[in-house]
Design a protein around this ligand. Structure first.
Ligand SMILES: [Zn+2]
Length: 101
């Protein structure tokens, strides 16, 4: 049920918003090593898990995704913090939720 999970970010975009509000990444987008495809996968991964379990104010799901994708976890997390993603739901809202192509 809505409200049963915890989110740190003030407002979450929904997939219904995506056609009216295309957001561009803030900060230096070139520092990432994820591809646009991987960012889209991360977005879907976080969406499913955050809706089910909420955010515990850590990068637990993002870390899992990076590890399972064979990416360097700490450099990517540092970059995501730089982009405003200080926990899983903020990565979802501020980082993965963006037009990455
Ligand atoms: Zn959060």
């Amino acid at each position: 049920m809505a409200g049963s999970t915890r989110w740190c970010a003030p407002r979450l975009p929904t997939t219904e918003d995506s056609d009216v509000a295309v957001r561009r990444p803030r900060g230096d987008a070139r520092r990432r090593s994820l591809t646009g495809r991987q960012m889209n996968e991360l977005y879907g991964y976080l969406e499913a898990l955050l809706k089910r379990e909420g955010c515990d104010n850590t990068h637990r799901f993002t870390r899992e995704f990076l590890e399972s994708s064979g990416l360097a976890v700490e450099p990517e997390l540092a970059w995501m913090r730089h982009m405003g993603g200080w926990c899983d739901c903020e990565v979802y809202v501020n980082v993965a939720w963006a037009d990455w192509d």
